[in-house]
Ligand binder design. Structure first.
Ligand code: PNS
Length: 181
């Protein structure tokens, strides 16, 4: 990409998140961002503010690396602290966020403005594909650990890691699998 703003558009996008775990909705945003921007750095926050992650940082990163192996301009990194500071440090041109529902917009709008105020880096919102708009990492985890099928909501690579994680949990930590009727 080039033009009057070439210096800026030449810099890549950063797509931050907890990715605990990566969903098909996340992957869709990454694929679409990778088609628009010269490069996409998927930035995994080390300590999500919401709650203790189920998956380790290494697991979360490995799942993304495996699921994005088909994309030549996507890399995965982790960061601590302020996203705005990290994005500035790596010279990101833009922050990418996916929007699923109106509630996402309400919270993401103020975050985007704060990030721009702190760093001068703008946020570009990609509307979720309707087929993924109800998918979230927390719902996927809840459904999975209650015995539901999640194949259609997470990439194959994530499914393998989730099955392995479930196998490591003590029986008391697992909820009964749904029995065929
Ligand atoms: O996938 P998530 O949990 O919605 O991702 C949230 C994330 C990691 C993008 C957000 O919590 C974040 O940017 N954390 C870094 C801390 C930060 O910069 N806070 C100030 C936001 S204005």
């Amino acid at each position: 990409m080039s033009g009057a703003n070439g210096a800026h558009v030449a810099r890549g996008a950063i797509y931050p998140g907890s990715f605990d775990p990566l969903t098909r909705g996340h992957l869709d945003v990454i694929e679409r961002a990778a088609a628009v921007f010269p490069s996409v750095l998927v930035a995994v926050v080390v300590n999500p503010q919401k709650r203790e992650p189920l998956f380790t940082l290494t697991e979360r990163k490995q799942m993304i690396v495996a699921a994005t192996a088909h994309l030549g301009n996507v890399e995965v990194a982790d960061f601590r602290g302020l996203l705005a500071a990290f994005a500035q440090r790596i010279g990101a041109g833009v922050i990418v966020k996916g929007l699923r529902v109106v509630a996402d917009f309400e919270s993401e709008m103020s975050t985007a403005l704060m990030n721009r105020s702190l760093s001068g880096i703008d946020t570009v919102f990609l509307p979720s594909d309707p087929q993924f708009s109800f998918i979230s990492s927390s719902l996927v985890k809840e459904v999975f650990f209650l015995g539901g099928e999640i194949d259609q909501y997470v990439p194959e690579a994530v499914l393998h890691v989730m099955r392995a994680k479930r196998a490591t949990l003590r029986p008391t930590e697992q909820t009964e699998e749904r029995q065929p009727s």
